[in-house]
Write a protein that binds this ligand. Structure first.
Ligand SMILES: Cc1ncc(COP(=O)(O)O)c(C=O)c1O
Length: 460
């Protein structure tokens, strides 16, 4: 058993002295006196070193689908470690778990998405996409097809290629610019970019920008379009219903590969196994991570269409890409059992038929709050946008910090959510109970009431 009596003060001191957390200001880390230390979790609840229990409204980082404390997953990992903790896939070798997992993913993806490449993170999966697509076009005899089209404010990861594919301007600013050939176009974020516009007109305009950019750079130079079905880290941007079919039609018209980044949407989050299924489109490549193992171990997968692999099979050359831990047997065994749990407990159906309508009813109530500009959700993911004037998309001040105020008020009351500019986003585990879900929205409502006078004060 692990030592449960962690010394929070000592850990925070060591955190500042030695540990560099991801996506963090190390000045803020120091000034705050260290990170919040999460020491244990059960079901949908996390506990910090000070004994504060919080409902995990973010499922870790959009990933702990089956909830915390699944001893079944620990048992599978232990058994696999004892039988075979590791062997590589470089030496014309493989191990049973990744082969079984690939077959299972092919079944869930369906259609021509029958081939799976394994990596360790969502970022690596998108790096695999980048290298695979470039190699594919070379083999096809169209080496000029190098440019990826992506959306502003998309998140595809933090490695060099995936950060470039993403559209986070502050990430690009840090590196000066994306280090790959990528063109960013408008995101389908109607609340910010098409407020008051007819939804269909906005969908046509957002998709139309993709076509315009393809024509501007020359279709013969465009390799692929990449997008998250619902943008997660960008603020849970749910596109108009006809957006994705329009994007698919444009990709087909110009022979451009379509990549669906399902790192957040995959494995049930939207109430279907994959986001592309919800929107009724057929991508050529799919990136998967997070919910694949519910975060119990790092693993990601890149699903690839038959026609791409048929092209690769015209060559004797190696696809010179991969990682020591590509297809790690322990991670793959855990992922396989995680998918079994999602199926056995009918968690995708639970989201579609039970949790999504319950979330939507809560969001209807929250929408009436005087500082809520929009409350949107799909399946078990959503965002609440804050505005200073009801009926508009006008924000409190210019610093984009009202989301942080709401997030901090929620945490104080025992709910972990994430702030994205002037909004909060939520994405709880698939096993969240009705009572917990109701408590989550009661906390958000009480927190909205608490911060309203404070935000109004900053306006005067
Ligand atoms: C849509 C999407 N793609 C890729 C990534 C990168 O995944 P990772 O952090 O595992 O590298 C993320 C992470 O949040 C994501 O949300």
């Amino acid at each position: 058993m692990l030592n449960r009596n962690y010394d929070g003060a000592r850990l925070r001191e060591l955190d500042v002295a030695h540990h560099l957390p991801a996506h963090s200001s190390y000045k803020l880390q120091r000034d705050m006196g260290g990170s919040r230390i999460i020491t244990r979790a059960e079901g949908s609840t996390i506990y910090d070193s000070e004994g504060l229990a919080m409902l995990d409204g973010m499922a870790g980082l959009w990933c702990v689908a089956v909830g915390y404390g699944r001893t079944e997953l620990a048992d599978v990992a232990r058994d696999q470690m004892i039988e075979l903790p590791f062997y590589n896939t470089f030496f014309k070798t493989a191990t049973p778990p990744p082969i079984e997992l690939a077959a299972k993913l092919a079944e869930l993806l369906g259609g021509d998405l029958q081939h799976i490449f394994f990596n360790n993170s969502g970022s690596e999966s998108n790096d695999t996409v980048f290298r695979l697509v470039r190699y594919y076009w070379k083999l096809k005899g169209e080496p000029n097809r190098k440019i990826f089209i992506s959306r502003r404010n998309a998140y595809h990861g933090s490695t060099t290629a995936s950060a470039g594919l993403g559209g986070m301007s502050y990430m690009h600013a840090q590196d000066d610019k994306p280090m790959i050939d990528v063109e960013h176009v408008i995101q389908p974020y109607q609340f910010a970019e098409g407020f008051g516009e007819d939804e269909e007109a906005f969908a046509a305009r957002a998709a139309g920008e993709i076509e315009a950019r393809i024509l501007a750079v020359g279709p013969e130079n465009v390799a692929a379009f990449i997008g998250e079905p619902v943008q997660g880290a960008g603020g849970v941007i749910i596109p108009p219903k006809s957006y994705w079919p329009r994007v698919e039609a444009i990709c087909r018209k110009y022979g451009i590969l379509l990549v669906s980044d399902e790192v957040i949407c995959g494995f049930g989050r939207l109430g279907s196994w994959f986001g592309f299924q919800h929107y009724g489109i057929t991508p050529d490549i799919v990136s998967m991570a997070k919910g694949l193992s519910s975060g119990y171990l790092p693993i990601s997968a890149t699903g690839v269409s038959r026609h791409i692999i048929e092209t690769l099979r015209t060559s004797d050359d190696d696809f010179v890409h991969g990682f020591t831990y590509s297809g790690h047997p322990v991670a793959a065994a855990v992922a396989l059992r995680n998918l079994e749990i999602i199926e056995r407990e009918k968690l995708v159906e639970r989201i579609r038929d039970d949790l999504a309508p319950r979330v939507a009813a809560h969001m209807d109530a929250i929408r009436a709050h005087p500082i809520v500009g929009e409350a949107r959700s799909l399946g078990l993911i959503g965002a609440i946008e804050l505005v200073s004037e009801k009926g508009t998309n006008k924000r409190f001040g210019t610093t984009q910090t009202s989301g942080i105020a709401l997030r901090d008020a929620c945490i104080k009351r025992g709910l972990m959510v994430r702030a994205v500019r002037d909004s909060i986003v939520f994405c709880p585990p698939f096993v969240i109970t009705h009572d917990e879900l109701d408590r989550m929205f009661a906390i958000i409502t009480a927190s909205l009431d608490e911060i309203t006078p404070l935000l109004r004060q900053t306006e005067t």
